[in-house]
Design a binder for this molecule. Structure first.
Ligand code: FES
Ligand code: FES
Length: 165
């Protein structure tokens, strides 16, 4: 599979979840383990432009696919517009949910560059934040969308590394 733009060959147990391969074999600590059953969003990664859970996705099923983690969103030393907006809006408290939130937001902007608040809320439904930082998270996504649409940030809405940065 390709991970953050680089081809990677992995040997793993047949039942190894993609999340374990990303974290333990590839050292990518952005995707986090939360619930382990696809219900919290902490482990989300981009696959084919869609945010999806990696904790319940078999690593073998990712063969031949492009996987982007939060680490792969910045390009050339420049943060993705969503990453930048999360910093500016101080949209993280403990930060455990943040990478998954960012991944879902990037996927949203990839299919809808100008979402309204309801669309942002809907897109982030699968991402839980135990700290209650939802207001600032939504503000950050709306801010990122505005920045991209006004040309204040490089368009980072598409899912792939480089293009997404
Ligand atoms: S850890 Fe994967 S969705 Fe919760
Ligand atoms: S910032 Fe702590 S879980 Fe969201």
């Amino acid at each position: 599979m390709t991970v953050n733009g680089a081809p990677r060959t992995i040997r793993c147990e047949p039942d190894a979840p993609l999340l374990d391969v990303l974290r333990h074999d590839l050292g990518l600590s952005g995707p986090r383990f939360g619930c382990g059953v696809g219900l919290c969003g902490a482990c989300y990664v981009l696959m084919a432009g869609q945010a999806r859970s990696s904790c319940d996705f078999p690593a073998w099923a990712a063969e031949g696919t492009d996987v982007t983690t939060v680490e792969g969103l910045a390009a050339g030393g420049t943060l993705h517009a969503v990453q930048q907006a999360f910093i500016e809006e101080q949209a993280a408290q403990c930060g455990y949910c943040t990478s998954g939130m960012i991944v879902s937001a990037v996927a949203l902007l990839g299919r809808n560059p100008s979402p309204d608040e309801d669309q942002v809320r809907e897109a982030l439904e699968g991402n839980l934040c135990r700290c209650g930082a939802h207001r600032r998270i939504i503000n950050a996504v709306l801010s990122a969308a505005a920045a991209v649409s006004h040309g204040a940030a490089r368009p980072g809405a598409s899912a792939g590394p480089g293009a997404a940065g």
